[in-house]
Write a protein that binds this ligand. Sequence first.
Ligand code: MN
Ligand code: MN
Length: 315
Amino acid sequence: MSEPLGPVDAAQVPRFAGPPTFARLPRRDQVEAVDVAIVGVPFDSGVTYRPGARFGPSALRAASRLLRPYHPPLDVWPFAVQQVADCGDVACNPFDIGEAIAQIEAAADELHGAGARVMALGGDHTIALPLLRSAAKKHGPVALVHFDAHLDTWDAYFGARYTHGTPFRRAVEEGIVDTDRLTHVGIRGPLYAAEDLAEDARLGFGIINTMDVQELGPRGITDRIVERVGDAPLYVSVDIDVLDPAYAPATGTPEAGGLSSRELLAILRGLVGRRLVAADLVEVAPAYDHAEITAIAGAHVIYELVSTMGLEGTV
Ligand code: MN
Ligand code: MN
């Protein structure tokens, strides 16, 4: 197979020009095969508060133009050691959550079937459920590290069982995640009831809350995550609201007192060596952004995840 086709050369075409793909990478139709599939999922009909994450993929792509090809702390060229391509957006029905979930699952199945790892750009957190289903079809029940201010293990909201507040309870019920290997990171903020935490623990989740991050530091947090994940196939789901609103104002359900971008990137770097088979970055709602703060943070999170995939070799 030929060498991976990388981003458009910034010495030839300036970063503010050129293709609107993620990190100016090639489109899928420009390459023979894909190791890492960047795919947009512009769906936000599952939100409970501010809408707008349907515009997340395009904002993340625009903010990714400045990502450069070499990652010094990890000493990896993420777009040279593997073929990363922008596979466009999943066309999902904005008026029918069930149909949208099926469309997202089918799109992810096709990418996994082609041998790619999936890096999804949301969209609201509803999309994690079909993405997890698809990963589990290929790899069996997956370990899950879920970065979020919120648990997202509600049972239902206004009677709806498929929303951005419920994907991980559905995932446990469907047996698509390994219940010995479930971790939330960054939980904080008020809840409706203490029972929410008790139920979450019954589902199998361990919680690393925001104060733990302050007390243990990124390395201590990574050690706790790695201990729980082990060598299992891993899915990482990042809700951008795990960051403090100072670092990520443009999101649907902001909570004060969150992680800094630096803490999140450091924790993600500690996942090198895990079997990262798929990931998502969700809940960027650019209408509430200022100076692309949130979209830039999100683009860097995606870069970390893709770099980790590049260091781990074939799944
Ligand atoms: Mn959240
Ligand atoms: Mn969430």
